[in-house]
Design a protein around this ligand. Sequence first.
Ligand code: HEM
Ligand SMILES: *[C@@H]1O[C@H](CO)[C@@H](O)[C@H](O)[C@H]1NC(C)=O
Ligand SMILES: *[C@@H]1O[C@H](CO)[C@@H](O)[C@H](O)[C@H]1NC(C)=O
Length: 490
Amino acid sequence: MGPTALCTLALVVVWITHWVYRWRNPRCNGQLPPGSMGLPLVGETIQFFTPTTSSDIPPFIKKRIDRYGPVFRTSLVGQPIIITTDPEFSYFVFQEEGKLFQSWYPATFVEILGKQNMGALHGILHKCLKNMALNLFGPESLKKMLPAVEQAACRNLKRWSSQESVELKEASASMIFDLSAKKLISYNRKESSEDLRDCFAAFIKGLISFPLDIPGTAYHECLQGRKKAMRMLKNQLQKRREKRSEQQSDFFDYVLEELERADTILTEEIALDLMFVLLFASFETTSLAITMATKFLLENPLALKELTEEHEEILRRRENSNSGFTWKEYKSMKFTFQLINETVRMANIAPGIFRKTLEDIKFQGYTIPAGWFVMVCPPAVHMNPAKYKDPLQFNPKRWEGMELTGASKHFMAFGGGMRFCLGTDFAKVQMAVFLHCLVTKYRWKAIKGGEIVRTPGLTFPNGFHVQFSEKNEFQQDQTINCTSDAALKK
Ligand code: HEM
Ligand SMILES: *[C@@H]1O[C@H](CO)[C@@H](O)[C@H](O)[C@H]1NC(C)=O
Ligand SMILES: *[C@@H]1O[C@H](CO)[C@@H](O)[C@H](O)[C@H]1NC(C)=O
């Protein structure tokens, strides 16, 4: 080996050593939170994505809390990231949205959900979209939606009970999708030549897949689905423009009105991305919550008994046993809301919420450099035995009086701060009404599956096959009639 080659080799070695050193010790104007950056480039990605089926704090997180404390650093897919399991700091991260932190999603999310989707927009545009969406999913609108939600739940349960079994996550996702699609764009699957729901098949898999856009990959399927859905939405918008209806009948009309205002900041692209993300966010999350509630009820006969009593009491109090579910009844269901809280606490449907720092953040003597990613970890907060006694126990009663003890910092199933989930009330209405029909009219048993697969960044069900059957005739006469036409005519 000549001297030049030796020299080059030495330089390469020095460079690599320096690079590895920098990798393990990122630059920081202060002291970084403790933690390990793992292997060069790969970081701790592989450990992070190791799936478990326990509903407890993921082992990846638990180990590092023990070793480093509640806030630690790591590296995922080549990016340095801070993981927070500390309720106070997580709350701070939510509150400082738009100031010290900004919502951030991986590149695959942005490609699939749209570059201009609400999660990727900030400031005034974000506020404008949020207001528009709340017009659709806020309490006033939900009140009007109640009969349709009830009818959908009853009709679907009836159909499921005539089948051998149903995969519940899939079945309830379709139920909710149909409702949202109707509300958003008056879409009716039976009357449409194209199946919009199909565009969203296998979506979750694509969101966290390797971004390789070639036929056969989950990512490719997802992008194709998005393209098809966006084409349909665009066509719809075009048709609507040509034939304007006199009064607002769905969200599309409302968006069109907004688009036509002279001073609007809304563009057609943003509006279409908004439709797309609302469709997606509404059914994937709530269907998992409904599936989990059904599963928890099977495993907890006492909770089922109390829930059934609450709903049978509602029926008994009605003057006309065939009248539909009212808003007043909805608001009165104390135990049901405790059960919903407990379900979403344990389900941890969004196990990681991502942000990016906009400037250096000082926290308890540590510094998080500007431009770093931060992951808030709700499971660590929801499964903390210091706040929730026997956290793995499904116990709706624990919510009794919880409002008074500053529960909000310890409950972040729907996020927090400015980006707090705008579908919270919609999800709760869906769940409550579904549970009402379920416990008053049906029995069910698990046939197969029901396991939830978790990584610190993702929760997905592995198939839960359930058999539904109507309660016996005698009981049914007492417990009334969900399919009440009277309610629908209102
Ligand atoms: C049980 C059901 C649900 C759960 C657990 C859930 C969870 C969440 C969480 C944790 C966030 C915060 C994300 C962040 O801070 O980055 C969020 C935001 C959001 N959710 Fe939900 N969600 C549910 C249902 C829904 C429904 C039914 C809709 C649609 C109607 C919806 C639409 C949205 C939207 C559009 C955002 C973004 C809000 C923003 O960026 O300001 N979600 N959701
Ligand atoms: C459910 O949790 C929220 C957030 O902490 C709380 O405000 C609400 O009171 C809880 N509901 C019940 C019935 O405990
Ligand atoms: C339920 O309501 C429908 C329509 O109002 C009625 O035809 C049917 O007999 C009712 N069933 C029961 C069990 O009350």
